[in-house]
Design a protein around this ligand. Structure first.
Ligand SMILES: Cc1cc2nc3c(=O)[nH]c(=O)nc-3n(C[C@H](O)[C@H](O)[C@H](O)COP(=O)(O)OP(=O)(O)OC[C@H]3O[C@@H](n4cnc5c(N)ncnc54)[C@H](O)[C@@H]3O)c2cc1C
Length: 398
């Protein structure tokens, strides 16, 4: 039975589980209500920058995840039309030394399961599955209702229920995600069946007109995750819609053969329509706040949506510990700290997406040639330094 002191968390995805663990580490009770049975079924990979792994390590999650992670040595950038290698961003030991935490790739299900196991072991965390939050009421605490009529009470509520957040409808009813017109197709294939460069211990990033392709090892290196993004596709909610291989290939007809071979080799494909959410006035209403994709969904071009949710979790727990009796004050400070960073990541992700997708038309093609030249001229160290603002925060000790 929940005590009214518990912080209720709607949604037990990456952000919700990280928040519960972070609260536990501050001796604060947390109760997660998750609509599924805590199973992550998207079958996709995830990249976690040092900003995310630093927090996961402090929470005791990185150790649990370690056997399933992969540490890529670098990001290699290629031109998808010519196949030419354009640049290298060093990762591996170079990034770990620079930022004090590793850059890793993993399967989303492995990350989710590591978070779930750590949360289930945490003395102050309660996990309730098959609980869909439908209603919210505020009195001297917060009371939420589930779809089956159950109610739960707590001192505050965190909406970590993703881009289609129910809690956000209570906080900001006018904030509705809009389809960007882009789709991410993804597949997973055994690594030992692939030729180079797809089998190499790298993140491969191929840039093409209105398209790009990313591949990297997951499952400790046993499989390769492939994400092919196009500025086309259907507007569908959810991230697990089956799609024909021909539909994926049709978007890459102007690409050189090497990356096409990878798309050909990949078996089952799933589509993930990309939505964006315009900024809305406030993330909080009274004793309720939002976190992760519910507050600030981010396009995947910088691979940072989960990283931001994990950072949010640590900041929120820290503030709730400091101002325990006044969640509304803690939530206001949380938003003051987190909103500028989330906005910056959203803006940079969008800008990167535009730079990746150059080359459609004469003018765009000219800019593509300049982009490639600049990428080639900038040294490896300088390229990595460009990410200091992202991977160097939140600070190493905090
Ligand atoms: C193609 C693609 C690639 C990506 N790659 C990366 C990457 O490499 N690195 C990275 O950091 N990020 C990446 N992201 C972003 C990342 O997936 C999200 O930002 C992250 O999952 C957000 O976590 P969350 O906990 O806020 O939301 P979610 O992961 O969506 O979790 C929300 C949870 O809430 C539950 N829920 C929903 N409604 C209710 C309700 N009413 N009641 C109870 N429970 C509810 C859901 O079942 C779910 O478990 C990528 C995204 C895309 C589209």
């Amino acid at each position: 039975m929940t005590t009214p002191q518990a912080v209720l968390i709607a949604g037990g995805g990456i952000g919700g589980l990280a928040t519960a663990i972070a609260l536990d580490r501050k001796d604060i009770e947390a109760h997660i209500l998750e609509r599924s049975n805590f199973a992550e079924e998207s079958g996709a990979g995830i990249q976690l920058g040092p900003n995310a792994t630093r927090v996961l390590r402090r929470l005791g999650v990185l150790d649990a995840l370690e056997p399933q992670t992969f540490r890529p040595r670098a990001v290699w950038l290629f031109d998808g039309r010519t196949g030419k290698k354009l640049a290298t961003v060093p990762l591996g030991d170079v990034a770990e030394e620079r930022y004090g935490a590793p850059y890793v790739t993993a399967h989303r299900a492995d990350l989710h399961e590591a978070l779930r196991i750590v949360a289930a072991d945490a003395p102050h965390v309660m996990l309730t599955s098959n609980a869909t939050v439908t209603g919210i009421r505020e009195d001297d605490g917060v009371s939420i209702t589930g779809s089956d009529g159950m109610t739960w009470q707590g001192c505050a509520l965190v909406g970590a229920d993703g881009i289609w957040s129910t809690v956000r409808r209570w906080v900001a009813p006018d904030a509705i995600p809009a389809f960007t017109g882009a789709t991410a197709f993804r597949s997973l294939t055994p690594r030992d069946s692939l030729p180079e460069p797809f089998s190499l211990p790298i993140v491969g990033l191929w840039l093409g007109p209105r398209t790009h392709l990313v591949h990297y090892p997951v499952r400790g290196g046993a499989a390769v995750n492939i994400v092919a993004v196009t500025e086309a596709g259907e507007k569908e909610e959810g991230w697990n819609n089956a799609v024909e291989q021909q539909t994926v290939l049709a978007n890459f007809s102007r690409w050189t053969q090497t990356p096409i071979d990878l798309l050909d080799a990949a078996p089952a494909w799933r589509a993930w329509s990309l939505f964006a959410l315009p900024a809305f006035p406030t993330w909080s209403r009274g004793r309720t706040t939002l976190l992760g994709d519910a507050a600030h969904p981010v396009l995947p071009y910088l691979a940072q949506g989960a990283g931001l949710a994990i950072e949010d979790a640590a900041t929120l727990a820290e503030l709730l510990q400091q101002i325990r009796a006044e969640p509304t004050q803690a939530f206001a400070t949380y938003e003051t700290i987190r909103r500028p960073r989330a906005t910056r990541v959203q803006v940079v992700s969008k800008r990167l997406g535009r730079a990746y997708h150059l080359g459609d038309g004469v003018f765009s093609d000219l800019i593509r040639v300049s982009r490639n030249a600049i990428l080639g001229l900038r040294g490896e160290e300088a390229t990595l330094r460009g990410f200091d603002w992202l991977y160097g925060e939140p600070n190493r000790s905090g």
